[in-house]
Design a protein around this ligand. Structure first.
Ligand code: KG4
Ligand code: ZN
Length: 349
């Protein structure tokens, strides 16, 4: 089943072709991405209306690009998956409108995908066979997933594809959002995660110690807004900042976020008596986070290639495939949801 995946929930137009029996890259025949980061840079954040308009400009050329690159035509497509939420509603409407309409024109099934299910399943690309999909039939299920992106920080127990139980959530900022805000305060560019991570490598881990929010009390929820204030105060106290000061603050900030995530992951794995952890979403590209989880946890840690951690079309094609092959598909209406709890999803049979 050849699936076209379309992602337009925020500021990246991502398109990919996926086939479960394609031998390379976990089944990805081709993928293409256009990032709007430069376009939004002047405004200090994503401008929703500009995002929607840019998706309109980019999506069809990117679809044609992945078809050409893989030597396929529209008539080879057997299903279309598009992000239906959560995200910016206008941006979502572009991908959903194009995906649903194209599927209608080609007379093939379409499926609206939950963006976070896309992230969550991305580390399983190439690893999920029909036999292993059902709960209990393979050692990977159940596992705990840490979803860390620009909009989400969640711990979820996964017993099968689509069977998600929320264990913990952020009470305020998401982890990626905290990285972005700290980077802004340090005068680094957007997105802040990669910028902080690069600078932190030159930082002295001993110079500052930032708090590990909400780790001294039970529970699996997160809060990152206090860390933001702590960062602002550290900057004010040492301003004007020399290059080394910035690196030391970036290091202390990253260590605090990583440590907090590690503590909560350990707690979730132990509470659920589970041995596998999947980390997904943009922040899961962070090398310090990956390394520390692997070193400090008594669990198998799984994650995707860095380009599949941040928003992309391949994860949407792959998640959509799981549902299409189980016979699920979307009626003709073009439906999108700005908010969409992961727990509302139906497990696939
Ligand atoms: O998953 P994603 O691409 O988009 C959303 O669904 O939000 O995540 C983007 C977020 C941004 O906040 C970005 O700063 C963060 O992921 N990020 C990172 C790294 N790469 C991206 N954070 C920390 N370290 C990284 N290497
Ligand atoms: Zn995302």
């Amino acid at each position: 089943m050849l699936i076209l995946g379309i992602e337009t929930s925020c500021d990246e137009t991502g398109v990919a072709l996926y086939h479960p029996s394609h031998p390379d890259r976990g089944g990805i025949l081709a993928d293409a991405l256009h990032s709007q980061v430069a376009m939004h840079a002047d405004y200090g954040g994503v401008v929703p209306e500009l995002a929607s308009r840019d998706h309109i400009r980019r999506v069809m050329p990117l679809i044609k690009q992945v078809l050409t690159e893989s030597g396929k035509t529209f008539s080879d497509l057997e299903g279309i998956a598009y992000t239906a939420g959560p995200g910016l509603i206008g941006a979502l409407m572009v991908g959903a409108g194009v995906g649903r309409s194209l599927a209608f024109a080609l007379d093939i099934p379409a499926i609206g995908v939950h963006h976070m299910e896309g992230h969550l399943l991305a580390p399983l690309l190439g690893k999920l066979s029909p036999e292993t999909r059902a709960a209990g039939s393979e050692t990977l299920f159940p596992f705990v997933a840490l979803l860390v992106s620009g909009g989400h920080t969640q711990l979820v127990e996964v017993t099968a594809v689509g069977a998600y139980e929320l264990l913990g959530d952020t009470l305020d900022d998401a982890a990626g959002e905290a990285f972005d805000k700290a980077a802004k305060m340090l005068g680094l560019g957007y997105p802040g995660g990669p910028a902080i991570a690069a600078l932190a490598e030159q930082g002295d881990p001993e110079r500052f110690r930032f708090p590990r929010p909400m780790t001294d009390r039970p529970g699996l929820d997160f809060s990152f807004s206090g860390l933001k204030t702590y960062t602002r105060n550290a900057i004010a106290e040492h301003s004007p900042l020399a290059g080394q000061d910035k690196a030391d603050i970036a290091r202390a900030f990253e260590e605090a976020v990583v440590d907090t995530l590690v503590i909560k992951c350990r707690r979730a794995l132990s509470e659920r008596a589970v041995d596998d952890l999947i980390i997904a979403g943009g922040v899961s590209a962070n090398r310090n986070l990956r390394r520390t989880l692997e070193q400090k946890l008594d669990a198998r840690v799984h994650y995707a290639a860095p380009e599949l951690c941040t928003d992309n079309g391949a994860m949407i094609a792959f998640a959509g495939y799981q549902r299409l092959q189980a016979g699920q598909h979307q009626p003709l209406a073009i439906e999108t949801r700005a908010r969409w709890p992961l727990e509302d999803l139906e497990p696939i049979a």
